[in-house]
Design a protein. Structure first.
Length: 435
């Protein structure tokens, strides 16, 4: 007989609207409170079965703090017998096909769109979305058709705003493989082969970025190198320079001086016809490499060049979609990151604070990362409480995003904050991290 914990929630309780809403939102404090009030399950039993300190359960029930770690959410699901799909998890081993708890396809009334979106940020895009539709290509590839594919690439690029590389990597890699197949097998008219080769360079960069974001560094490097080759073959200097910028960004982890050299080479591809956002992107990547390598003067010069590129842009100047996201807010964020790396918190904090006030929480991964640099700047300045507050905010935003980079940034900051556990904000952060 399957073990049934004493904290197992009745099925009709889980199906109550406010309970279901709290579960989907991972508002476990509300769930604990309602479980005691309506199902008679004590906080002490919940604490025992979920392996949470009793006082912590009480705090959560009062709305103090949140459960954010994947492991603890899984443990709560098992202790309360909450079906995995409600929490955005895969089906749990103890689940059965009992009535009222089937999948959305078989009519479960409470598996709504929000749950599916929750799954997309927790268990991966491939598990939450169907295969992306791709129309059959024409018999002859024309420049107009390549532009249709470029528009598709632009639409797919928007996934990176809300999803991490762990989710998007397969999607972008599939686009690369499809374009390679076209180049190998299709018949081309005019300069459509060259244009499609340029698009392949663009797609390989996007796939490389997703691989890097998802922790596949070796694959990312290979895709960047591949992109550089395709950009060269397509005679696309802008994409060639961006491939070098990507390589420089990744090289910083292994050889900072080499990374600066590669970043300088990327900027050497700039010509009078280079679009302003491309110029700004290449210069800000050079600034970042210089900052990580500890060269303040070179950093400032590169940031000035990036700012000048944006300030002198014509209103009607066409920009490639892959660099159109570079604006003054993005440059302010990079400026703050650079000053943080150079241990200049008095410069970093104001510019990061100003820029992040305009940055949407919908860009959860990126905002989490940028908040980590603001936290680091506060920590460098000795403002421990502010540092802890921003680390906590960053951790909340990063939850469920399939990217390794937020954790890589936040874990060392939490370690540096541990000696200050006597401060309330730090203690609360450490308690959250321990749950």
């Amino acid at each position: 007989m399957t073990y049934q914990p004493p904290t197992a929630l009745p099925r009709d309780f889980i199906d109550q609207e406010d309970v279901h809403r709290a579960l989907v939102a991972h508002d476990f404090g509300t769930v604990f409170r309602l479980a005691r009030e309506r199902a008679g399950i004590s906080y002490s039993r919940i604490a025992t079965e979920c392996d949470i300190k009793p006082n912590r359960v009480g705090e959560l029930a009062k709305g103090i703090g949140r459960i954010t770690t994947f492991e603890k959410i899984v443990q709560i699901a098992d202790a309360l017998r909450v079906p995995g799909h409600v929490l955005g998890l895969a089906a749990r081993p103890w689940e059965t096909d009992s009535p009222g708890h089937t999948s959305e396809e078989t009519g479960q009334p409470h598996v709504r769109r929000r749950t599916i979106l929750q799954a997309a940020t927790t268990t991966g895009l491939a598990a939450a979305l169907p295969a992306l539709h791709r129309p059959e290509p024409p018999r002859r590839i024309t420049p107009a058709y390549v532009e249709q594919l470029r528009a598709r690439a632009a639409r797919l690029r928007r996934l990176d705003i809300v999803l991490g590389g762990g989710d998007t990597h397969r999607v972008y890699l599939a686009e690369v493989q499809h374009t390679k197949a076209l180049l190998r097998d299709a018949v081309f008219t005019g300069d459509s082969r060259q244009k499609l080769t340029g698009l392949l360079a663009e797609q390989a960069q996007q796939a490389g970025w997703a691989a890097f974001d998802g922790g596949r560094a070796r694959e990312a490097r290979s895709l960047y190198e591949e992109s550089r080759t395709h950009a060269r073959d397509a005679h696309d200097d802008d994409l060639y320079g961006n491939a070098l910028a990507f390589l420089a960004y990744q090289e910083l982890a292994d050889d900072r001086r080499a990374a600066v050299s590669v970043a300088r080479a990327s900027c050497a591809t700039i010509t009078p016809t280079t679009p302003s956002t491309v110029r700004a992107l290449l210069y800000e990547r050079l600034a970042w490499a210089c900052a990580v390598d500890g060269h303040a003067a070179d950093t400032e010069r590169a940031l000035d060049a990036a700012r000048d590129a944006l300030d002198t842009a014509e209103d009607d100047e066409p920009q490639p979609d892959w660099s159109a996201w570079v604006d003054h807010t993005e440059l302010e964020i990079m400026t703050g990151r650079c000053w943080t790396e150079l241990n200049r918190p008095l410069r970093a904090v104001p510019v990061l604070t100003r820029a992040l006030s305009r940055y949407s929480d919908d860009n959860a991964r990126d905002k989490s990362l940028y908040l980590s640099w603001l936290a680091q700047a506060y920590l460098t300045a000795g403002e421990v409480e502010e540092a802890a507050r921003h680390v906590s905010r960053a951790a909340t935003l990063a939850y469920g995003v399939a990217s390794q980079r937020p954790a890589q940034r936040l874990t060392p900051l939490i370690t540096h904050l541990r000696p200050h556990a006597g401060i309330g904000a730090v203690r609360e952060l450490l308690d959250r991290a321990a749950v």
